[in-house]
Design a protein around this ligand. Structure first.
Ligand SMILES: CC(C)(COP(=O)(O)OP(=O)(O)OC[C@H]1O[C@@H](n2cnc3c(N)ncnc32)[C@H](O)[C@@H]1OP(=O)(O)O)[C@@H](O)C(=O)NCCC(=O)NCCS
Length: 210
């Protein structure tokens, strides 16, 4: 079974590193820019655009989402990552869970298709992580947290026990969400924010000018 990483950006290099830590060497990386064909990303060649995947049997290849995001206060920046996953998952392509060897994942934590757990991240008991969720470098998801599909828990962010993060929300780098707090779907938490109250869906919490 070959494994292909979609989108040759910075996040793709992090994904490749996680795969290599487990002795899994992706076969190829895709990129829509034809000028990049032949370049290598993390030592893996860019072989062509995402469309090339469509020529492959969905049972013969696995995919990894290599697209990251850049949040602003009005946009989580996660739409592209979500669409990429949705497009290929909808066509029957499989996105395995990817976790770096140094990540710690409790035996009863549940991870949905395509969830990614990067280096040094910790996921504690009874945490539930949805599909295409990114738990980034050294993030902590404490016991009994729920993280909805397509959400991003950025590097070093901490979800204390029993936190709920809605679908497609972005929890910024180094933010701390206190125990039992709910962060609504599609909302954006600024890097370094401390979130002590529930955040409404689509809202922005913490950081600079409000
Ligand atoms: C909060 C955030 C979403 C705002 O982004 P933005 O809308 O593009 O805002 P800007 O960068 O233009 O900053 C606007 C102001 O807020 C300040 N600011 C930005 N982010 C801030 C933060 N996290 N905490 C405190 N102040 C912040 C800026 O300094 C600026 O202040 P100024 O008006 O006094 O100059 C963004 O800075 C952030 O925190 N993103 C998350 C980053 C992250 O987690 N990355 C992980 C990638 S793997």
């Amino acid at each position: 079974m070959s494994l292909i990483v979609l989108c040759a950006g910075g996040h793709a290099r992090v994904v490749i590193e996680a795969l290599l830590s487990r002795g899994i060497r992706p076969t190829a990386v895709t990129d829509r820019d034809p000028a990049r064909i032949g370049e290598a990303v993390g030592g893996i060649p860019i072989t062509g655009p995402d469309e090339d995947i469509l020529k492959m049997d969905a049972n013969a290849v696995e995919l990894a989402n290599g697209l990251g995001n850049q949040a602003s206060r009005s946009d989580s920046g996660l739409a592209g990552r979500r669409a990429l996953f949705g497009r290929f998952a909808g066509l029957g392509y499989r996105f395995p869970v990817i976790s770096h060897l140094s990540a710690v994942i409790a035996s009863d934590a549940a991870l949905g298709d395509g969830a990614q757990v990067m280096a040094g991240a910790v996921i504690q008991p009874a945490a539930w992580i949805g599909r295409n969720v990114l738990v980034n470098t050294r993030a902590v998801v404490e016991h009994d947290c729920l993280v909805g599909d397509h959400a991003h828990i950025a590097p070093g962010a901490i979800l204390c026990g029993g936190v709920s993060v809605g679908e497609g929300a972005h929890i910024g780098a180094g933010a701390v969400v206190l125990g039992g707090v709910s962060v609504g779907a599609g909302s954006i938490v600024a890097a370094g924010a401390v979130v002590a109250r529930n955040v409404e869906a689509g809202a922005f919490a913490g950081g600079g000018r409000d």
